[in-house]
Write a protein that binds this ligand. Structure first.
Ligand code: F1P
Length: 544
């Protein structure tokens, strides 16, 4: 971390010639965007030139909607990185892939490795290199693991870096948006803010500066967990909404609104949710996002993210079963918040809030009283120093991320989308998720890989008869088809357990709206439930 901070410090001194690029796919790309915006704002506040750029697989559309397929394309990543770094002398490239797995990022790192006179590659993820993804990348020369091994060699030469601490398993296996995403945010904010401080103070970067900042995040953790009872109440209500096929809406201000949009967008690939189930809105919409490609709202309703749109189009459809969560700080326009809250309250009493206040200033009582439950996170007095206010904003964002991740994950668990800590109803929308679907089938049915592969294809193509032609096409073709389908994995699980047709499996699932219960019922009927439980216990790693 100290080496990367020093590199950033060096580059920040010559903003005309240099650039810091943050990049990733899905959640990692959205965090890359958020970090790049924050640090460019910090520079703007000091009347300095923007030094940061972001790239995300699928482009800006992926900031608020799930675009998983471009993640598989290393050439796309290379193209984007070449384009944004044109004309720059030195580029610090930070590629984020929590699982050390995304081909898009592998391509970009490979470009950097081949042009070390210009690029310093940094890989951020949360797997040891020997556990990086080793599958072939379709149409490309290396695996992610081979690229990571090359970065590791550069690490020893101080020409490239890998930051991959062990952070333990995710609460829901593979849901790297949670621990992985939060740790990405903590690590990169610490590195970059330390670099900015060193530039401003003309000081050196020491391990102590980094450690002090990391420790401040420990306080954030303590602070937010002191609200666990109220967080649990919100999870319960949000879960009840999803169980009734109703919605969860986050109405947020400034970057906290963006955290809401990010949290909502992840529910689609993670839980196979529809994009209307959990939605986020931010004040001033795209103006607040300040993303590369500007206003995308004309692309369709799922790209409409402003409060204005919410009030005009969503509010008239809100019903008693919907859950609405307001997210703001005391710096936001409290009069406007109160006005919108009253408007929402006319349609649902399921009105909640999370706000950040200070020991000195609290939210007015008449605003507090509108909400059924409010999480009031109180922080010490605002730090006036420029970088200090950024630390505070980062802490607001992280604690909000933790709470919203808990709400949306918990609500989907209550909706029955998680089976033995696995996202059983994930959308099979890229090669990593295809591989995950296959291993889930093997795990829960105990059948061979080839049998599970066939069942997965049968479910994707909704047929009991697979011809050889279909079986032999590239995985990317299956994914293109699967990405548009619902309940692909649960259907395949049921066909395998019951040894039944695809249509029978679909009928069984349709008769029980809770996927976990439907699968459990099939497992119990076939005597397989104990096997699944047994396997889960057998496979526990130490510390898991
Ligand atoms: C990137 C990612 C996740 C998303 C889904 C597909 O993962 O897009 O953010 O939730 O699991 O992959 P990673 O490259 O950061 O490991």
């Amino acid at each position: 971390m100290a080496d990367v901070a020093k590199k950033a410090q060096e580059l920040l001194k010559e903003p005309d010639d240099n650039l810091i690029v943050l990049s990733g796919c899905g959640t990692s790309g959205r965090l890359a965007f958020l970090l790049a915006s924050s640090f460019n704002n910090l520079l703007k506040g000091q009347s300095k030139k923007a030094s940061y750029c972001y790239t995300i697989a699928g482009g800006d559309k992926a900031l608020m909607t799930s675009q998983e397929l471009p993640e598989d394309n290393p050439e796309l990543g290379i193209e984007m990185l070449e384009k944004i770094s044109q004309g720059k002398k030195k580029v610090l490239f930070i590629g984020i892939s929590c699982g050390l797995s995304a081909p898009f990022v592998a391509g970009q790192l490979d470009l950097c490795i081949n042009k070390l006179d210009k690029f310093t590659p940094v890989l951020v993820g949360f797997n040891p290199v020997n556990m990086a993804r080793s599958d072939n990348i379709e149409g490309w020369h290396s695996t992610f693991q081979q690229v990571a091994e090359r970065i590791q060699k550069l690490h020893d030469l101080h020409k490239g870096y890998i930051i991959n601490p062990a952070i333990g398993p995710e609460a829901i296996a593979g849901s790297s948006r949670m621990k992985g995403g939060s740790t990405t945010k903590i690590l990169l904010e610490t590195i970059l803010l330390t670099a900015h401080k060193a530039v401003s103070d003309n000081s050196s970067i020491t391990d102590r500066c980094l450690l002090d900042m990391l420790k401040s995040y420990e306080q954030v953790h303590k602070n937010i967990y002191s609200h666990s009872t109220k967080i649990a109440t919100l999870v319960k209500h949000a879960g009840a909404s999803l169980q009734k096929n109703s919605h969860i809406y986050y109405i947020g201000w400034k970057s906290l609104g963006i955290i809401g949009i990010i949290d909502a967008s992840e529910c689609v690939p993670t839980f196979g949710a529809d994009s209307s189930h959990v939605r986020g809105f931010v004040n001033n919409g795209f103006e607040e996002m300040a993303n590369n490609n500007g206003d995308l709202s004309s692309l369709g309703p799922e790209f409409a993210i402003s409060h204005e749109y919410f009030l005009k189009t969503v509010l008239p459809t809100i019903q008693e079963n919907d859950t609405v969560v307001f997210i703001f700080t005391l710096d936001d326009d409290l009069k406007e918040i109160e006005k919108i809250a009253w408007q929402v309250k006319a349609s649902t009493t399921n009105l909640y809030a999370m706000w950040h206040s200070t020991t000195e200033h609290q939210v007015p009582q008449q605003l507090e009283e509108i909400f059924s439950v409010a999480i009031n996170v109180t922080w010490p007095k605002l730090l006036s120093e420029d970088q200090g206010s950024y630390i505070q904003r980062f802490q607001y964002e992280l604690s909000t991320k933790w709470v919203l991740n808990a709400i949306s994950t918990g609500a989907h668990v209550l909706k029955g989308k998680v089976y033995y800590n696995h996202m059983i109803d994930l959308r099979v929308s890229n090669s990593k998720l295809f591989g995950r679907a296959l291993s889930l089938l093997q795990k829960f049915t105990g059948q061979s890989k080839s049998k599970c592969f066939e069942a997965l294809l049968q479910s994707i193509y909704e047929t009991d008869e697979l011809n050889e032609e279909i079986k032999n096409v590239e995985i990317s073709k299956h994914i293109q088809w699967a990405a548009t389908m619902n309940k692909v994995v649960p259907t395949a699980v049921v066909t395998l357990i019951r040894n039944c047709s695809v249509s029978e499996a679909k009928t069984r699932l349709a008769s029980c709206p809770i996927v976990r219960d439907a699968i459990n019922a099939c497992m119990t009927g076939s005597g397989l439930k104990r096997t699944a439980e047994q396997r889960e216990t057998d496979e526990k790693e130490p510390g898991e």
